[in-house]
Design a protein around this ligand. Structure first.
Ligand code: ATP
Ligand code: MG
Length: 231
């Protein structure tokens, strides 16, 4: 379980998040919605330790991780797929997966399991990641995150800028991952329909504050989200 309390984060002297609360319950998917510039990616960067909050706290399964470095949070089971389909361009698909598995005793099995989740990557194993399409790179980025066997998978707009048939595949995979016991997912998503379908609960960020929150999957949720985003 992830518990973010009264988080204040900014860049230089400019505060972007003005006291944000967020919870990802055990075995749940939490979605964060909001317009461009609302502070969604900033919130995720603070959760993974790339930005230092000026106030507030972040707890994972009861442990205060607010001051831990990014690699210490990774070691505690947080995996992060940043916005914009990132992978190590000069390495092949397979090398990218192996690097993620590096140092793990069951590395080969983890790579195989990730390929079962993303069969579209199999024919691309020998291709340099820099030559993959956006959708393929996004699948590779999620596969790499999975290999670290996360308890909390953090995805920043995993379907942004990707063609619809690949979007459907990525969404299917996210739903399958979300169903795994012991897996929490924190999902930033612009597609309200998918976010509310996938999420047990949602938060709408507007100008660095939570403008609305509620349970996903209800008929009224989409209406409430659209109203909150119209602010
Ligand atoms: N590295 C940075 N330096 C300074 N300001 C930044 C930086 N990154 C983001 N910001 C500012 O912080 C605010 C929130 O940005 P953030 O990237 O968190 O928004 P977002 O909700 O993820 O938007 P999008 O939907 O476009 O990805 C914006 O006003 C943005 O201009
Ligand atoms: Mg963003």
């Amino acid at each position: 379980m992830l518990e973010v309390k009264d988080l204040r984060v900014g860049y230089g002297r400019t505060e972007v998040l003005h006291g944000v609360d967020l919870t990802v319950p055990e075995d749940a998917v939490a979605a964060v919605l909001g317009h461009n510039g609302a502070g969604k990616s900033t919130l995720l960067r603070a959760v993974v330790g790339l930005l230092k909050p000026t106030a507030g706290s972040i707890r994972l399964d009861g442990e205060d991780i607010t001051r831990l470095r990014p690699h210490q949070r990774t070691a505690r089971g947080i995996a992060y797929v940043p916005q914009g389909q990132q992978a190590f361009g000069p390495l092949t698909t397979l090398e990218n997966l192996r690097v993620a598995a590096d140092g793990r005793r069951n590395g080969a099995a983890l790579v195989e399991e990730a390929l079962e989740m993303f069969p579209a990557l199999r024919p691309l194993l020998g291709r340099r990641a820099g030559l993959l399409s956006g959708g393929q790179r996004q699948q590779l980025a999620i596969a790499r995150a999975l290999i670290t066997q996360p308890r909390l998978l953090i995805l920043d707009e995993p379907t942004e800028g990707i063609q619809p048939n690949v979007v459907a595949e990525i969404e299917r995979t996210i739903m399958a991952l979300a169903a795994r016991p012991g897996m929490q997912v924190l999902l930033v998503e612009q597609h309200i329909g998918f976010a509310l379908q996938a999420a047990h609960e949602y938060s709408v960020l507007a100008s660095g504050r939570v403008a609305s929150r509620g349970a996903g999957g209800t008929a009224s949720a989409a209406e409430t989200v659209r109203a909150a985003m119209a602010i």
